[in-house]
Design a protein around this ligand. Sequence first.
Ligand code: CDP
Length: 462
Amino acid sequence: MIDMKTIVVPGEQVADKPVNSFGVYTYNNKTYSKQLGVLYSVEHIKVVPLTGKYMPKEGDQIIGLVIQEDLYGYILDIKSFRLPYIHKRSIKTELKVGDLVLCNVYFVNEIKEASIDILAKLETGMLFEVSSKKVPRIIGKHRSMISLLEKYLGSKIIVGANGYIFAKGGKLNILKDALKIINKYSYVDNLTEKMKVYLENIKWGINMSEKEEWYFNSKGKRFDDRSQFEHRPIKLKVGVIKRADGSAFVEWGQNKAIAAVYGPREMLPKHLADPNKATIRYHYRMAPFSVPDRKNPRPGRREIEISKVSSEALSKAVDLKQFPNTTIDVFVTILDANAGTRITALIAGSLALADAGIPMTDLVAGIAVGKAGGKVISDLNKHEEDAPDAVDLPIAMLPNTDEVVLMQMDGPLTEKEFYEVLEVARKSCHEIKDMQIKILKEKYKDNFGGDAEWNNIFTNQN
Ligand code: CDP
């Protein structure tokens, strides 16, 4: 028998007799777990899921986030697999995208669609998110955890059964850390007691302003804690697809792009060949699973457009004249997307070209700069790109000459703002190019840094 409170996986045996309980199934007189979860086996056996979507239940009090507005109503994100639609005529207050509302689930139909009433609009506070499966631990027995947090931090906290938590006042920065801890260690015994010790021991941070804005907090930090011109962390890798002539993998924040280069090789169909130079065929694709709504695998207009402008950008860097009548195929697939994927892809493509040994005058580096929440910023994430006043300005350059090889823009900027973000983009491109150089050189460092095996071969041959 497994010990009390162990983590179990789907199909793992949890009892050697049939038990009818939560999160388990029986087969051949034995009981197995149905999901990744924590097995409780004190009074009776049950498996509590560690993660998963919110399943609405009648009577639940939840917090919704307005994510879309049309003529007749609003669509709310309630962290479930169906998004409820609220008719404007059924509510008194006017809402806008980004507003938070406290709701009551009054009916759930057979396809788990929640019908909700809006109880109140939540203003001047901060939104936190935990897995809906952790909500019982956040609340604690008889509200013990919430009372503790409210008492120690002086915040007013509203916990939505769907895992959205709204808080105002008090030490919100400490609450943020405390919620992260509870979310992570939800299965630990006596969590409330442990949290009490944690709260007593930590040094109090600066009191954050109550008036948190949607895109910037009072300290000018962005929603994901970045400053105005800070880009998300970037990780590069080359030589990830052995079959290809050159390849690369780029992680830019949540964005992930994998690129493979084949060529120069004969252009087929032949009539597309250019007798004067090579043609770069760039194939930007989004994997169906890379975005929240399944992306149709057939290339859409957006992918065709991105492929065209990216191929033009890379053509500026590659010495095409050396390979008449040929094609250089650059395939880039986005595996995970959170705004800025065309640039992530282009950096991967440029690295893969260099990795394939294609002659280039420079590497292509880039970044998307722009505006959200009234301020110019660099490297917009999806949340910022969806701002009502968002401007997205992806830029790619050849850093040696600062020649701009890709620039697109989907909103207005003043001349001053434009030159401000252009300079930020230029600096970032230089920084990214240094990273590209480092990763390309690293691949061969053993061959020139006295690799033992190579040295042996060399000495033996002499
Ligand atoms: O990715 P990038 O910013 O270069 O291009 P975009 O057209 O401005 O798209 C912005 C973001 O929208 C993408 O990065 C994806 O996160 C998202 N998107 C999506 O969810 N579904 C699509 N079919 C296309 C884009």
